[in-house]
Design a protein around this ligand. Sequence first.
Ligand SMILES: Cc1cc2nc3c(=O)[nH]c(=O)nc-3n(C[C@H](O)[C@H](O)[C@H](O)COP(=O)(O)O)c2cc1C
Length: 331
Amino acid sequence: MNLKTQYMGIDLPHPLIAGASPLTDSVDNAKQLEDAGIAMICMPSLFEEQILRDQMQTHFAYEEPAESFAEALTYMPAPEDFRTGPEEYLQKIADIKDAVNVPVAASLNGYSPGGWLRFAKLIEEAGADALELNVYDLPTDPTISGQEIEQRTIKMVEQVCDKVDIPVTVKLSPFYASPAHLAQQLVGAGAEGLVIFNRFYQADIDTEELQAIPYAMLSTSSDLLLRLRWLAILSGQINASLAVTGGVHTSLDVVKSIMCGAHVTQLVSCLLQCGPSHVTNLLKEVTLWLEEHEYESLHQMQGSMNLQRCPDPSAYERANYMQVLQSWTMD
Ligand SMILES: Cc1cc2nc3c(=O)[nH]c(=O)nc-3n(C[C@H](O)[C@H](O)[C@H](O)COP(=O)(O)O)c2cc1C
């Protein structure tokens, strides 16, 4: 079965790629993923805060005692809390690239335009085949409008795309007033791919200690439904590759994502739960499913369930919404 796909102009033998997580953080794990058949590897992120902290430390080492900027860093994790420092991160890209033959994307994670984005070029020079820009931002200031936040994000993407020749993909959140409009602006700013969507980790409250407890919960297939909707809306309208992240666990999750318009499916929770061998099983199952349903290639299925042929997707979505609410019966 021909499972070939393309992601941001990169030819891949199939659409199963490893998303950013601790599983893509070492040479050993990358090799295991490659042995299991993964098509591409996305490394975990290097954070804006990490880069800024590093820069500030270098600066203040010459200028003033380190304590003088302690307040500005109140909520920043200490360097030892990060898995790798900026320089080590660049080295890790080079090491992973040396060790595997599959394409490797690195990831920058931040929310503001600025000097820290010079790391995009260093990431390219370290050998990454692509750059994922995770624009995770939870605005809490009531004086900042959605438009300002979107402009900030677009500017970041422009700055990064100006700096590098490798393709850039943007990992988005679903919480924009008009995700389709923003998606189009980001593509206009130079993004060749979009990753649909960041998962937001919800903090719980410890009622005894009066503390918020953030923790990373793994996803389930139900997380995929929001992504399927937006893949179907964006696919066919947006001139960029689409990756899905969030809730891809089974072969049917892969099939649905491709039908809705994904070019690749990022796997994280399922690999953390089942290990790299899950890739091999998924590949077999997706192949079998396509054969049983008489597809000639994955490409034939790609985007077949998107809303491109729907004359008014917005009215269609609203009609479905009303129908769902009206169809509830009290027994
Ligand atoms: C432990 C853990 C670490 C992660 N680290 C990163 C990261 O560094 N950068 C990033 O963009 N996403 C990170 N993610 C998010 C994943 O790449 C992915 O988008 C999310 O887990 C949803 O996919 P899934 O449902 O397959 O888990 C992380 C997720 C987990 C569970």
